[in-house]
Design a protein. Structure first.
Lengths: 487, 246
């Protein structure tokens, strides 16, 4: 009944493989809600594994809400599993605003295999180590539950300054503003340095959140197409000269959504261009520590001779997003304004989590976590690239990310926008459609596939499904004369 | 409040929204009467003006009866704000906005553009706290403490402050509002009082038009009654000194 295989040579433990495959079958409808899973004994026998292995698999499925076990009756696919057709609002609007809403909503739905969100894998979170730190803070609770300093917990700023120092950025703890994540850092930075109506140069495509920020603050995005090693400098210079943007927002390392990393040479050239034209740079290094093959090229901030770089990062991708802790390096010129803006936004951050994080960092918790997590992400990246090579028609192209969570896929446009996205959702598989990124029409359809939060089996199954859907689309493509462009 | 002034401002074409704190207002300690709430709601409706009703102190009522939020008279353009900062603890940075569905959609998008979402750990902690504990009991405790502190402070004003000093009688909350004789400066008083280790918040920064130089906010929530007595006595001395030298 259950078409499962286990591979003893593969890295993920057997129970994890079994759980992943069952999740795939639940999400693509082969195992509908309420259907009964095999008995532990029966499945163990048919797969040639121990009962404990199957028990662990079922335990994980239960913990994640996919199945419910009743003593004496058996294990059943949970009624909470929702077909995407019951979520009419998801995928309804393909705009940056709603795309993030969709992603956050899909993340909560059981039954969808999602490659839609550039999210770390919660099963890798160092929960015990972090919780221990929180437990030990009981004596300081009175202080931590009161209003805290606007700039953020001092111990955390010291720990972050130490981290930055190791990455070659000379920052004093007092230069650091703790924020509630990169999103807030970007929002505050834009508010501080820009006036409504200012133009902001952004990569195309770019992090969806920054498009939301620009819209909310009345700032005009100037789109600079991104290339594998950095933007076209002539094009960049042209845009700067014509439109005089105030600043350039960039994600130079393991870019979201493309996975590209800007080369050292490009960064130097861009910095020169910025100096020439008095352009500020907002450097978002949120994926900086998630490289699979050693550290990335030197940051803009490292080479920032005249304080024109606002460097920001966060613990959301390299550790846990639920902490909502990010940091922004404040150049002296913007310091007072940034603090004032922070105070006017939400006063201060959550003391308990900041202090726990400070101690966690001091005890080497982040380094330990990355040593465990990075090989897993690398393996998933490899599984994704191998699956793409195996299952995608030849017309499909993709990036080869050296870190982070995002891979950028493209194919010739041959169907109405959103059709592939909806078809995949109906089959229980989610990705981020390129339409959300406000791309110029170049005749290709784009997809972001995130590999951080799905096991290798799920990735392979998802890419195989996508490959099938894409092949169908390419085969059925109407002739150019039939096709009305999306406006 | 003078609702005619509100009506005048609301009628201005650029007036988009009204921010109000109708229960034990920070900084004045004043509470809108039922009649005022209804009148405000009507004025805003007439002018299609949005309402941001900030209500963090609502539970901290000592005297009088609970009054309905202004938003309850007309939900359509109203945002009703609440917070755990004054009734549980401020360190979790947790509050809420109630708004009708069309406004909520825009709020969610706007919120997403500021920080994606509020800290989930804090939300879960507060949720568990509410589930497993008697919040009403806790509020009753702090309410009783604040009430006693309020009484001590008002008692000291009546006993030691010059009669020329006006003050509000808050029905709840954490603050009361002092108006010194018009020619006196609360900032100048601040300098004098600070030397005697008594501090308060001068009222001028709470005004948008540069007025209120003679006003000040006294908070009674954060100080024990014995401390309040000592502090108010020193403040009274400082005020009398200033009045004599003018």
């Amino acid at each position: 009944m259950l078409d499962l295989t286990v591979n003893r040579d593969s890295k993920p433990p057997l129970y994890r493989q079994i759980a992943e495959q069952i999740k795939t079958q639940i999400s693509n409808g082969r195992l509908p809600a309420n259907s009964r899973l095999p008995t532990v004994r029966g499945l163990a026998h048919s797969l040639g594994v121990t009962r404990l292995t199957v028990q662990n698999a079922y335990a994980e499925l239960q913990a994640d809400g996919w199945v419910e076990a009743t003593v004496g009756r058996g294990t059943f696919v949970s009624t909470a599993v929702q077909q995407m057709s019951l979520q009419p609002t998801v995928g309804q609007y393909l705009t940056p605003d709603s795309a993030i809403n969709d992603m956050l909503a899909i993340n909560q739905v059981i039954g969808v295999r999602s490659m839609a969100m550039a999210h770390a894998d919660p099963s890798l979170f160092p929960l015990d180590a972090f919780w221990q730190q929180m437990d030990q803070l009981r004596p300081e609770a009175s202080q931590l539950f009161s209003y805290g300093p606007i700039q953020g917990d001092a111990a955390l700023r010291v720990a972050i300054a130490q981290m930055l120092h190791e990455d070659g950025i000379a920052a004093a703890p007092d230069d650091i503003l703790i924020t509630s994540g990169a999103m807030q850092s970007i929002s505050l930075a834009a508010q501080a340095v820009c006036q409504p109506g200012d133009a902001v140069l952004v990569e195309q495509p770019t992090f969806l959140g920054v498009l939301n920020v620009l819209k909310a603050q009345g700032l005009r995005p100037l789109h600079l197409p991104i290339q594998p090693h950095g933007p076209d400098l002539a094009q960049m210079a042209q845009l700067i000269q014509t439109h005089r943007p105030r600043c350039f927002y960039t994600v130079p390392n393991y870019h979201n959504p493309t996975g590209y990393t800007a080369s050292a040479a490009k960064r130097q050239a861009i910095l020169q261009l910025a100096q020439q034209h008095n352009l500020l740079i907002i450097e978002d290094d949120i994926y900086g520590k998630l490289g699979f093959a050693g550290p990335p090229p030197p940051s803009y901030k490292q080479q920032d001779a005249d304080d024109r770089v606002l460097y920001l990062s966060s613990f959301s991708k390299m550790l846990m997003p639920g902490l909502r802790v990010g940091y922004l390096l404040m150049p002296p010129a913007w310091r007072d304004q940034l603090l004032t803006l922070r105070r006017a936004t939400d006063l201060c951050g959550t003391g308990l989590l900041q202090r726990a994080l400070a101690h966690f960092l001091q005890e080497g918790g982040l380094k330990k976590h990355l040593r465990r997590a990075l090989p897993v992400y690398q393996e998933r990246r490899d599984a994704l690239l191998n699956s793409l090579r195996r299952w995608m028609p030849t017309a499909v192209r993709w990036s080869e990310p050296q870190g982070g969570f995002s891979c950028w896929v493209s194919l010739p446009r041959c169907a109405p926008p959103g059709l592939l996205y909806h078809q995949a959702l109906q089959n229980g598989f989610a990705f981020t459609p390129g339409e959300a990124y406000l791309l110029d029409d170049d005749g290709r359809e784009y997809l972001r596939l995130c590999f951080g939060n799905l096991g290798t089996d799920g990735i392979e199954a998802g890419v195989k499904l996508l490959g099938t859907l894409i092949q169908q689309q390419l085969t059925n493509a109407p002739s150019p004369g039939d096709w009305l462009p999306y406006v | 409040m003078d609702t005619a002034v509100l009506a005048h401002h609301a009628a201005h074409p650029l007036s988009k929204l009204f921010y109000a704190l109708p229960n034990f207002q920070n900084p004045s300690g004043i509470t809108y009467s039922l009649a005022t709430r209804q009148a405000v709601s009507q004025i805003l409706a007439d002018n299609q003006t949005f309402l941001i009703e900030d209500d963090p102190y609502r539970e901290l009522r000592f005297l009088g009866d609970d009054l309905p939020p202004i938003a309850s008279f007309n939900r359509e353009r109203a945002f009703l704000l609440g917070s755990f900062s004054k009734i549980v603890a401020p360190g979790f940075r947790m509050g809420w906005i109630c708004a009708p569905a069309p406004l909520m959609d825009k709020l969610v998008t706007a919120k997403q553009g500021t920080d994606l979402h509020s800290n989930y750990v804090s939300q879960l902690i507060i949720h568990r706290y509410l589930q497993d504990n008697d919040l009403d009991g806790h509020i009753a405790t702090i309410r009783a403490a604040y009430k006693q502190q309020r009484e001590t402070m008002i008692g000291m004003i009546e006993e030691c402050f010059p009669p020329e000093v006006a003050y509000t009688l808050p029905e709840g909350g954490m603050f009361l509002w002092i108006s010194l004789p018009p020619q006196l400066s609360a900032m100048a008083l601040f300098e004098v009082a600070a030397k005697e280790n008594v501090v308060f918040v001068p009222g001028a920064p709470f005004h948008v038009d540069g007025t209120g130089q003679n006003t000040m906010r006294l908070s009674f929530s954060n100080t024990a009654p014995e401390q309040i007595e000592v502090g108010m006595a020193r403040l009274a001395t400082a005020i009398k000194q200033m009045m004599v030298t003018r």
